[in-house]
Design a protein around this ligand. Sequence first.
Ligand SMILES: [Zn+2]
Length: 281
Amino acid sequence: MPELPEIEIVRRDLEKEVVGRRIKDVEVRTGRNAMKIIKRHGRRKEFQDLLTGAKVESIDRHGKWILLELDNDRVAVIDLGESGILVKTSASDVIVPHTHIVIGFTIGGQLRIVDPKLSGEIFVTTPEDLKGMEEYQGFLIDPLETPLAWQRFSAMLEDRKEAMKRLLADQNFVVGLGDLYSDEILFASGLRYDRPSDELSSQDVRRLYRSLTETLQDAVKARGTSLKDTQFTDLGGVSGQYQSELKVFKREGESCRRCRSSIIKERFDGKDTYFCPQCQS
Ligand SMILES: [Zn+2]
């Protein structure tokens, strides 16, 4: 699943590749489930008309939503869901299976949404309506966006009284970490997945806070994580490299890069959780 670093990579790519371009046409490709991707629009034509002729003025991100801000006072919101990929292609490139949306630009080039599981979506709305949406208010912390005073972070952790992994993987608390980045951040912080969030020392909190930002920034630098089951590619179709830097995730039985103990996998909250029994407590 693309998480916060991958979404941020796509946002930066779009900033370079799509800003200033005017939309010539929009194709919603036919198919059994194709309408699911524009489920907030009753009709295909309504969706197409909102985009056609508009110029992309800027690209923003709100949590895991990618926002294309248009010159017609609308914003196109793209949610890549579990399996969505955005690719910038030329019009002559072969359309791969599971391509649901093709946005063509007047000076050439296309932006395509490919989504095998069809778990993502795209919709067009006004900036005001967007900010009023319940889902827009859905999370407290975006570690790549809002600088948060660590004292405030500390108070939030104490407030929640939950196992650290459960808290980090909770999209309503920190957006876009998922299992992978939660496990990696906990390793970097030296904290076990089941450590209660209200039993951290101030040193623990500082280390966690720093790891949270640094892990995500490192993942952005490495152009994201592309594992077998999460085939992330950037706007140019290139895979990420962060999988080779993973310290614990999917490394059970391999030796810890820091202390050489065997990395352990346990079930927690119905999900696989990876950690080093020596480095994390
Ligand atoms: Zn270790």
